[in-house]
Design a protein around this ligand. Structure first.
Ligand SMILES: [Zn+2]
Length: 237
């Protein structure tokens, strides 16, 4: 039985490495924040891959209607293209984070290219808003040793998530909402997208609609929606 056992061990090892490099709540390759203890009445909506026209604007209208603020992890090249959309976040009180310049999987990035990805993006956000971001989220959740340390050395806290809504592939608001309902237990960081990393202008109308419904449902149940910096003030260390 030795050979099958080795096979099982190797498979487990490979899958563990896969989880640590891509798994959203693994702490193995550096400390990161992915939510509060289960049962908290706070929820944090987070949106990646923007800014994006017109869907970021539509999303801001929905958030404003509910008086909710959220956290946006921005792609640097889109920020440089549309700094006006990024400035709108400031009017709404949303929190902003660095999501790299052009969305590479950082598992395969060299230290100099990682540094450049983060620096260019933080500069673009600072140019647009007057302040460099204090949060960072890796594209695809991918990281290896050194990625989070580099972000921290640049003054950014790595932020992951613990609710995945699969809105990059689902094309109805109902399926996006179902993924959220199944995973939300309180204290969650919810991953959604207001843009697409492949091209500017990606259709996120289903995400906008799902956001409207999620906020209505969970506010009715007594939850409050907060930004990541607000949620981190309540974490149990
Ligand atoms: Zn992304």
């Amino acid at each position: 039985m030795l050979i099958p056992l080795i096979g099982v061990g190797a498979a487990a090892l490979a899958s563990a490495a896969g989880y640590h490099t891509m798994g959203p709540t693994s702490q193995f390759y550096g400390r990161n924040f992915s939510g509060l203890a289960r049962g908290s009445r706070q929820l944090a909506l987070t949106y990646d891959d923007g800014p994006n026209d017109p869907h970021t604007g539509h999303l801001l209208d929905v958030l404003a209607k509910h008086d909710v603020r959220a956290t946006f992890f921005l792609i640097g090249r889109y920020v440089a293209q549309r700094p006006d959309l990024v400035r709108r976040h400031l009017e709404f009180g949303n929190a902003l984070g660095n999501h790299t310049w052009d969305h590479p999987n950082l598992i395969f990035s060299t230290p100099p290219s990682l540094q450049e990805q983060l620096e260019k993006t933080s500069k673009a956000i600072a140019d647009a808003t007057g302040a460099a971001p204090k949060l960072f989220r890796p594209p695809f959740g991918g990281r290896r040793p050194g990625v989070f340390q580099t972000a921290r050395a640049m003054g950014m806290t790595p932020i992951m998530w613990n609710v995945t809504c699969y809105d990059w592939s689902d094309k109805t608001n109902e399926t996006i909402e179902r993924h959220a309902f199944r995973q939300i237990k309180g204290g969650n960081v919810i991953l959604l997208h207001d843009g697409g990393h492949k091209e500017f202008g990606a259709d996120r109308s289903w995400t906008v609609k799902a956001t409207d419904n999620l906020i209505r449902k969970y506010k009715d149940e007594g939850y409050s929606f907060v930004t990541i910096p607000e949620m981190m003030e309540h974490r149990r260390l």
